[in-house]
Ligand binder design. Structure first.
Ligand code: 5GP
Length: 195
């Protein structure tokens, strides 16, 4: 998605050879008009797949997932990273190791919101080693729901998340794929249309 690539070039900051900061439009400040375009792009890429719900993880997946839910006309659920007073049992849970925070979190989703007849699109802001996506897949497997695919705003193609998911036969749609962040320079991978 050219608009996203331009935004990354203009507003992204390369923190190291493996971490990109996009606090200006995705991870801290949110650009709603741009986010609406992201939602339209995902809705187009997953059109006619029978999606009934979108599942993401708090907090940075919520904005793109909500905009996609708006376009597809389906509810959006975000997995919570800590148990709250109102979310105590009746849960699907999975362990997720956070790439940026270098710590494990138990993520949970109430059993009320995902059923075995749901067709679910998993979404997140970044795809690195695939741990967040695999945790969400684990939750959908517990629920017996069908996985429509994984929608990612920014994939770091030099990490193995995408191959881990594709090995499981899961469709992955990333709006921008980064080939390298070496020397503070963002290099994108050429987009190959998915099967
Ligand atoms: P994974 O679970 O695929 O290893 O990592 C994805 C998660 O880690 C995303 O939810 C995202 O929040 C975070 N993440 C991974 N790499 C980056 C990065 O380069 N920049 C930012 N801002 N977040 C990242």
């Amino acid at each position: 998605m050219e608009l996203l690539k331009q935004k990354i070039i203009d507003e992204g900051k390369v923190l190291s050879d493996s971490v990109l900061k996009v606090d200006a439009f995705l991870n801290h400040q949110i650009d709603p008009v741009f986010m609406q375009e992201i939602g339209k792009e995902f809705a187009g890429r997953f059109a006619n797949t029978g999606i009934t719900k979108i599942l993401t993880i708090e907090s940075s997946g919520i904005a793109p997932a909500t905009m996609t839910g708006l376009e597809l006309g389906v509810p959006v659920i975000f997995a919570r990273k800590r148990k709250s007073l109102t979310l105590t049992d009746h849960l699907y849970s999975a362990e997720v190791y956070s790439y940026t925070k270098k710590e494990s979190n138990e993520i949970s989703v109430s059993k009320d919101f995902i059923k075995s007849d749901d067709v679910v699109l998993i979404m997140d802001d970044f795809l690195a080693n695939g741990q967040a996506a695999l945790g969400l897949i684990g939750i959908l497997k517990q629920a017996g729901a069908r996985i429509a695919g994984v929608g990612i705003v920014i994939e770091k193609g030099f990490q193995n998340g995408s191959s881990l998911l594709k090995e499981q036969g899961i469709k992955v749609e990333s709006l921008a794929i980064i080939d390298s962040l070496i020397n503070g320079q963002v290099t994108f991978k050429e987009e190959v249309p998915s099967r």
